[in-house]
Write a protein that binds this ligand. Sequence first.
Ligand code: NAP
Length: 404
Amino acid sequence: MKTMVLGVGAVGSVAAEVLANSGEFEQVVLADMNLERAKRVEKKISNDKVIVKKVDASDVDGMAKAFQGIDLVLNGVIPRFNLGIMDACLKAKASYADMAWDVALDTTKAGDVIKETPAWKQLKKDSEFKKAGLTGMMGLGCDPGLSNLFARLAADRLDKVKQILVRDGDNGTVEGHKFAPMWSPETLIEEVLMPATIYKNGAYRKLPPFSGKELFEFPEPVGRLPIYNVDHEEAETLPTFIGEVLGKGCDYCDFKIALDDSYVEAIQMIGMLGLSNPSKIDVKGAKVAPRDVVAACLPDPSTLGERATGTCAIGTVTKGVKDGKDVSYYSWIQLDHKDTFDRYGHSATAYSVGVPLAIASILFAQGKITQKGVFPPEMLEPEPWLPLLKKLGMPVHTLEQRRY
Ligand SMILES: NC(=O)c1ccc[n+]([C@@H]2O[C@H](COP(=O)([O-])OP(=O)(O)OC[C@H]3O[C@@H](n4cnc5c(N)ncnc54)[C@H](OP(=O)(O)O)[C@@H]3O)[C@@H](O)[C@H]2O)c1
């Protein structure tokens, strides 16, 4: 089986490395606009199954040509390109997987009900993928990705699901920086300042940014951190797919991320000053997007892995009913930043996202993922993931609580 990783940045390079060393693929193509970057990744992986190719994710016809003979295309570029990459996969008869979708496409105002979440732009390609006998896997990183699978793991054990709460916590710091996001600062600023999607009373709804502040007890050594509603993929599919498609029900779903006070202040200030604007403005004759300027002033996240300390814990609390009793499951993975960099040579952030994408590809190559069509992670069987996650240094922890 042949695979192509399109976009070998922080996350794509992790997935490519795991796949090249997995023994499951006869060829792993590293494709990027930036051929020099692809060559650097090829050199680091140092495996004769790996080749590089220049591919532009904005050129559907060019991609369709480049995808010929590839069984599975892994999308490691930003979500803006997802629909075009899926179209190219359909033309080339290649299956597809990504790690995120473009939640920013939703312009519903805070307080309103969402008519159609951005997830459906990709899900609408389901029948085309089915007709072509192809698999299209959405959102297979850490969160979304593992967070969705954790909800499925719990839903399989419950008779009825009531609430799904995704919780992302990180007490990491980077020496020498007060504000240094460990993944794309553009995405962080965008996600945090946008109204957040939640599911409540049978509808997807928007809440104001920075709403729903509470303290959440993450597993030690992360500990108790303040968390906020943030716009994220999970809350756009879990209620429909766990609730309706799998028939387990779901009354409420949200995604909350830990943000320390200085991050909240900094991002609020960026928003207040108009520095989150992604459109170009005129500055003394130069055309620049304020958000690009902010990102350019911050350290490159791909350089932070070796200087980060602390731990991240990403997981899902799923509450429901089993045999008439209230039961809740909290499943999570946790990674120490320094230990992950020392062991794998990648930041914990990139490693925790690239590994799930690689596992999905390995299970696909092994014939353990056979569904056709386009679907979110919760439509996959979670059990086969558990030994692979453990083998790759990301064991899943689960805490079960019963109330009698
Ligand atoms: N599910 C999760 O848990 C999770 C978490 C984090 C990230 N993600 C997602 O993972 C994806 C990758 O994130 P990342 O941090 O790895 O990003 P990244 O480091 O910026 O990597 C993206 C790569 O794509 C390349 N690229 C940009 N435009 C391209 C084009 N038109 N054609 C081909 N290649 C192009 C970039 O090159 P240049 O650098 O030269 O532009 C870079 O090498 C994103 O979709 C992100 O939203 C998911």
